[in-house]
Design a protein. Structure first.
Length: 277
């Protein structure tokens, strides 16, 4: 099973899951339709379905234009607010596209109708993949716009956290460096966080994506999946995992990059030798 990663907009990802034998493809969150159509044409692929993680503009905005272009296209999603929706799905519903299997995972919180999609191919030894939209990021998790810490806890630990450890994580945004800077603030002693941050910064410099990671890796450095670790509990001052998550998300909402720039008047003072650097 081939997954094509396509960077779009400022930091979004859209994806194509390709069945190589039939050259049929499924798109996840195709927010820039003309880019997708170009790729389909260039690679001789036939798009049969769209899986939409949630209704936000930067994930669902391409659906209607693609349906106009490919009238038989099916558009799946878990929220009536999704543009071009033809098939509303519910949690644990399974879809089949030839040898490609999809299990819809209902993960409300970022939005009340958010779906993740767990995908595997019959007779293929590749590990499965999960498309996590704005629920689970590499090194982080999505904002709680329409839900609660209780819901996100359920999503992360019971729904996503119980998938096979080798599942590849394909998330909705390239937020990895910023997420890991926060992870390092939470767990300054975590060597995995440091290693991953160094790697992610290098990828960023080369303008290369950091997706996918694996679920196993996320458990090592993503503080939102490490709610029972002593270091994470210490940072939040809580022990109940839902409370740990609630505080963690709140801290992340307020997390800003430490100021690196010196204020202009301080620069002048430095130049004039009035201040020591
Ligand atoms: Zn979103």
């Amino acid at each position: 099973m081939k997954v094509k990663v396509i960077s779009v907009l400022e930091d979004n990802y859209m994806y194509l899951v390709i069945e190589e034998q039939t050259k049929e493809a499924i798109a996840i969150d195709p927010a820039v339709p003309h880019r997708l159509l170009e790729i389909l044409k260039r690679e001789g692929l036939k798009l049969t379905a769209i899986l939409t993680t949630h209704h936000h503009w930067d994930h669902a905005r391409g659906n209607e234009a693609l349906v106009k272009e490919i009238p038989e296209l099916r558009v799946y999603g878990g929220d009536d607010r999704i543009g071009g929706l033809t098939d509303k799905v519910v949690g644990d519903q399974e879809l089949k596209f030839n040898s490609i299997n999809v299990r819809c995972l209902f993960t409300p919180c970022h939005t009340s109708g958010h779906m993740c999609y767990f995908v595997w191919e019959d007779g293929c030894t590749d590990p499965p993949a999960v498309f996590t939209g704005d629920t689970l990021f590499i090194g982080g998790c999505g904002r709680f716009f329409e839900g609660t810490a209780e819901q996100m806890y359920h999503n992360l630990t019971k729904v996503l956290g119980t998938l096979p450890q080798d599942t590849k994580i394909f998330c909705g945004h390239e937020y990895t460096v910023k997420n890991l800077k926060f992870a390092l603030l939470v767990e300054p002693e975590n060597e995995k966080v440091k290693e991953m941050l160094t790697w992610a910064k290098a990828r960023d410099d080369d303008d290369k994506p950091t997706v996918p990671s694996t679920l196993h890796e996320e458990f090592e450095y993503n503080p939102f999946l490490r709610l029972s670790e002593e270091s994470v509990q210490k940072f939040t001052g809580k022990t109940d995992p839902i409370e740990v998550l609630r505080v963690l998300r709140k801290e992340k909402d307020n997390f800003k990059k430490p100021k690196e720039r010196v204020l202009p008047h301080a620069m002048l003072a430095l130049e004039w030798g009035l201040l020591r650097p």
